[in-house]
Design a protein around this ligand. Sequence first.
Ligand code: CP
Length: 302
Amino acid sequence: MKQLVSMEHLSNEEIYSLIETAIEYKQGKKVHKLNDTYVANLFFENSTRTKCSFEMAERRLGMQEIPFETSTSSVKKGESLYDTCKTLESIGVDALVIRHPQNDYYKELEGLNIPVINGGDGSGQHPTQSLLDIMTIYEEYKKFKGLNVLICGDIKNSRVARSNYQALTSLGANVKFAAPDEWVDDTLDAPYVKIDDVIEETDIVMLLRVQHERHDGELNFDPHEYHEKYGLTKERYNRMKPNAIVMHPAPVNRGVEIDTELVEAPKARIFKQMKNGMFLRMSVISHIIAEQQKGVLIDVAN
Ligand code: CP
């Protein structure tokens, strides 16, 4: 794996390999040190989980992080994304983690000689979120084939929905969507259902954040009405299978996508997803650096 920009580029074998390495990191069975490797994290959109867990992953791998803030960089003088990245490559950065509001921004970066890890592009892809979600599901069920997954909410604007739909379908899960008409995405061919018609047969209820920043205006949005129609209420939670789980990429709009008391309920895996994200990002980085600098990885656990 030379870089990671989209789940579409990953085979199922690569997905399993990334998850297995992440689980080994989590269990303390694998330790890699990349001491002489430099990384820059370029976040052109806000982030807490993705940015901080990449930073944690990089430090735990012993990498050197080159601080980069868009607000104090020459991006503010009009420097393009490509020239910014080429500059970082020129001064010796080995890998870039990038979040950007523009879909497919990474296509402009094909002239780079260093890997790009996509931390989210507009409503396009969020591959490390998808992988950490898949890792969380795998830890729960040890399989994907035949699992019923309901992805619920702002499908049209969600890079998480797109990434997870593609990957989970490829792994053999049955993915369905529930969404208000205005947030239906016709480019994805999963069936749309009503949450109340499928809640009792669903193994994984994956709620999506309402992406207010990607909506035009939206003066009519009523959070209470949304919660009642599309959110995880206590009544719906109680109708879920005993071993079913609730996921959400977060940040959570409490009381909108999910009742606030359910965020840490027994079936909820929301904070476990965040914990897994750090190990999963360690796995992604180490796989990519191993490909880039063959032989540099020293597995100091063995
Ligand atoms: N889930 C996720 O991407 O969260 P952040 O926007 O905080 O990184």
